[in-house]
Design a binder for this molecule. Structure first.
Ligand SMILES: C[S@@+](CC[C@H](N)C(=O)[O-])C[C@H]1O[C@@H](n2cnc3c(N)ncnc32)[C@H](O)[C@@H]1O
Length: 563
């Protein structure tokens, strides 16, 4: 099931829903509202999107006590609509913006994800009214709905299209109406929100944000859906026919792109492909790494978590704790902001174990930003040694250095803003260890990146593999004789992982693979001696790493300067 277990109780209908009101926060607003017959005029807003007509809304001249007025107090927020459910309104607008590429799905830091002034501005310009500022519970609901609706988009759209009178109605549906329907379908099918609440609230949103006709359409389609769900007769495709047809059906039922389904069935078999898709559709699990460089221990972190009543589990790694429930409490208590710990998946931590940083070493992290692994490596150096953090993305590199300062590690890290391929042409510097955490498809982290599956095309893989080869060639020139090159990805795709390494050692006989068995628990070591974490096997993100040792001696056939 998608979403969090307590979601059902969180979705109880609001008492105020029975009393449609658009409250005016000041008398000026009351003057601007039209009076006659309860019909509202279309008010012009500063934004590009004109607000839709909202007939049937009563505007009251006084601010009710139930209205949150952060902006009203500043005299800027005259109109707050209490008729619609606030979190659904914000979710619909965020979904619209994600679809246009103007927002992203942030599963972790919901507060920072634009849920303040900016987002309310978008809501007002898009819907034509302002909602009250969201409380923590609402923000959590927005996150659950947005992430879930994005994950399940293919499944939801298939059902919405099936329940429209004809395909053309679906294809030509206005974007906001489609988002409202997706929310309703997701709530009913995956969150088990009581049908009456999901229908009622989404019909109201469509009526107020669009027009009565749109509300009627949402009503008709959602009621049809409720009936089909109750009779267990959802019109889903049958898994039958040839391999391609089966993959297409599975891609709808499990809401993944067809190419991914086909690829996973080919590489891992059908059962594992299904397990993987189930994992990607489930709530992501987060882990915390305690910041030992500031003198904190895991016991200190555990104590703080217990005082916050956060549910946690011990990790296989000394510095880590797995969070089962209560990530918001961690964020709100300032544990991240104060540099006590960082959010990091154990799968990424294990890559650092493969690097095995030792005090006194020189290490270059070739694709370092935003710095999760750089910081962990630096803290393992125990104050002795140095790390160079290189990345082509200046903004992300800035985030890395800010985090380094927060963690008290900035003295050990030097940033280099460059394209690795160009940088290595100009430098003669050599390092004890070189980490290449390469740009990749991210197919191992789809549960945390709800929208990634829709942003990746099959063609991207080809391009990424070429880049990975080029970066490997460049990174290899930075390794001292006898030094170590570590190649890692957050992908589970063999072509981005094992295949890149076998191609690399063929091109570079001066490098030989070294088993990672000394560095990570046995269950993560593949037959070929690589590190590999798998979501369905290890209940963590998918990741890969290989350790390659550079020969101490010159190898015949290797061009001068590269050996
Ligand atoms: C997988 S991310 C690195 C994540 C990072 N190691 C961490 O643990 O937080 C890949 C990084 O490669 C960088 N990158 C992509 N192409 C690059 C290039 N040609 N030279 C240097 N960095 C590059 C991207 O900007 C991105 O930050």
């Amino acid at each position: 099931m998608e979403g969090v277990a307590p979601a059902v109780s969180l979705f109880r209908p609001r008492a105020s829903a029975r009393f449609p009101v658009l409250l005016a926060a000041d008398s000026g607003a009351a003057r601007r509202s039209t009076g006659a017959g309860g019909r509202s005029s279309v008010r012009k807003h500063g934004g590009t999107e004109a607000p839709p007509r909202r007939p049937g809304i009563t505007r009251l001249p006084k601010l009710g006590t139930a209205v949150s007025t952060k902006r009203s107090e500043r005299g800027k927020d005259p109109l707050i609509n209490l008729e619609v459910s606030h979190h659904r309104a914000v979710a619909a607008v965020r979904l619209l913006r994600i679809e246009k590429g103007k927002a992203f799905v942030d599963l972790l830091n919901e507060k920072a994800n634009d849920s303040g002034d900016n987002e309310m501005g978008y809501v007002e310009r898009t819907l034509g009214f302002r909602t009250r500022y969201l409380e923590d519970r609402d923000i959590r609901l927005v996150t659950v709905i947005v992430a879930g609706t994005v994950r399940w988009k293919r499944y939801l759209d298939y059902l919405i299209m099936s329940l429209c009178s004809e395909e053309k109605v679906f294809r030509e549906m206005e974007p906001l109406l489609l988002q409202i329907l997706r929310i309703g379908f997701f709530e009913i099918l995956k969150l088990d929100v009581p049908a009456y609440a999901a229908v009622d609230e989404n019909v109201r949103l469509a009526k107020v944000a669009l027009r009565p006709g749109a509300g009627n359409m949402v009503n008709a389609i959602l009621r049809k859906l409720v009936l089909l769900k109750e009779t267990n007769s959802l019109p889903l495709p049958k898994i039958e026919g040839d391999e391609r047809a089966q993959a297409r059906a599975l891609s709808i039922i499990y809401s993944h792109p067809v190419w991914m389904v086909r690829r996973w069935i080919r590489f891992h078999g059908k059962d594992e492909a299904l397990r993987l898709m189930n994992w990607n559709n489930s709530d992501p699990r987060f882990s915390l790494r305690v910041n030992t460089s500031k003198g904190y221990t895991r016991a200190d972190l555990v104590k703080r978590l217990e005082s916050l009543q956060v549910h946690y589990e011990e990790s296989i790694m000394d510095e880590f704790v797995r969070i089962r429930e209560g990530m918001q409490a961690v964020i709100q208590a300032g544990l991240l902001k104060d540099g006590i710990c960082a959010v990091q998946d154990e799968s990424a931590g294990l890559v650092v174990s493969v690097v095995d940083p030792q005090p006194g070493e020189t290490i270059i992290d070739c694709c370092a930003a935003p710095g999760g692994k750089t910081l962990f490596m630096a803290s393992r150096l125990s104050g002795e040694g140095k790390i160079w953090a290189l990345d082509v993305n200046k903004g992300r590199l800035r985030i890395l250095m800010e985090a380094a300062k927060l963690h008290g590690l900035d003295v050990m890290i030097t940033d280099i803003h460059a394209d690795l391929r160009l940088y290595t042409k100009e430098t003669t510097a050599k390092y004890d260890k070189v980490l290449l955490d390469a740009p990749c498809s991210g197919l191992g982290v789809l549960s945390k990146r709800a929208d990634l599956r829709w942003n990746r095309q099959f063609e991207d893989l080809e391009e990424l593999m070429c880049l990975q080869d080029e970066l490997l060639d460049s990174a290899s020139t930075l390794v001292k004789p006898g030094g170590i090159l570590i190649y890692s990805t957050c992908s589970i795709d063999p072509e981005e992982n094992e295949k890149r390494i076998s191609a690399f050692v063929q091109r570079h006989p001066e490098f030989a693979t070294q088993s990672v068995c000394e560095y990570v628990p046995k269950k993560f070591v593949t037959d070929e001696g690589f590190y590999s974490s798998n979501p369905t096997k290890h209940s963590m993100d998918g990741a890969f790493a290989a350790r390659l040792v550079r020969s101490m001696h010159k190898i015949l056939g290797v061009p001068q300067g590269q050996n």
